[in-house]
Design a protein around this ligand. Structure first.
Ligand SMILES: [Zn+2]
Length: 254
């Protein structure tokens, strides 16, 4: 007997199968489900749009054996602004790869919320891409329990050091003057970058994007977030290389 369930979820991968069918990965509050959908690639299919990559909707599914099959679906948000912007699309794909490679069986409602908020900003084009990327990366670390401790300098307890050093190896913050030794994983930076990192790591989810950074601060913030993530999650991430190839051709790639 098949079981029926209704879930809200975001399509994070799609694979064409047979003539007009599709398999897609649906990221829900309770993890990732792989769903088979019949005839949705036919012209004029009722569920063609809602089963596209980066579409968020409510899906009625049938579970039979280990498989899920699509019965019906209603779209909640299609994030149209991402579909005609190759750089934003590349970044959204990188987020998908991170989600797939760090997924667990535990409910992760905050992770879905983080992804939807990030797609919202990518679609609205109201935040620079490097900033959306960095906030996503640092907040993902928080949701996975891998975040840095950025509360204060562990030596003198200063909350906002004049010359902060974000130590990637120790996953913490220290004043330049309190640092006992210098490591190649140390990231010497500015107060504005420390404050941005704190916002991404500690703020309520709805507030993590509520700040602005400019120029060098923005690029330092982006560099710190990516170096920190790659240090904590030593994964092969082809979508990250693709994003850098697009946005920084010939640049210094990780
Ligand atoms: Zn100190």
């Amino acid at each position: 007997m098949p079981t029926h369930l209704t879930v809200r979820g975001l399509v994070i991968r799609e694979t064409p199968v047979h003539d007009a069918d599709k398999l897609f990965d649906l990221f829900t509050e309770n993890g990732i489900l792989t769903v088979q959908a019949k005839s949705v690639r036919k012209a004029g299919s009722k569920y063609g749009a809602v089963t596209q990559l980066f579409s968020y909707g409510e899906f009625c599914l049938r579970e039979s054996g280990n498989r899920h099959y699509l019965d019906s679906a209603a779209s909640l948000e299609l994030f149209y602004g991402i579909r005609n912007d190759l750089n934003a699309l590349a970044l959204a794909s990188y987020f998908s790869e991170l989600i797939r490679k760090t997924a667990t069986d535990q409910p992760q409602p905050q992770l879905l919320r983080l992804y939807l908020l990030s797609l919202h900003h990518l679609s609205q084009h109201d935040r620079p891409l490097p900033l959306v990327k960095a906030v996503f990366e640092l907040r993902l670390m928080t949701e996975l329990g891998l975040m840095p401790n950025l509360v204060c300098c562990p030596v003198c307890m200063t909350y906002l050091p004049a010359q902060p050093v974000l130590r990637i190896g120790e996953a913490d913050l220290i004043c330049k003057n309190c640092r006992p030794e210098i490591s190649p994983l140390d990231f010497e930076t500015k107060q504005s970058v420390l404050l941005a990192a704190r916002q991404a790591v500690y703020a309520e989810t709805d507030r993590i994007f509520q700040f602005r950074l400019k120029g060098e601060s923005e690029s330092q913030f982006a560099e710190y977030a990516e170096r920190y993530l790659l240090n904590r999650l030593p994964l092969s991430l082809p979508t990250l290389k693709f994003y850098h190839d697009l946005t920084d051709p010939g640049g210094d790639l990780p």
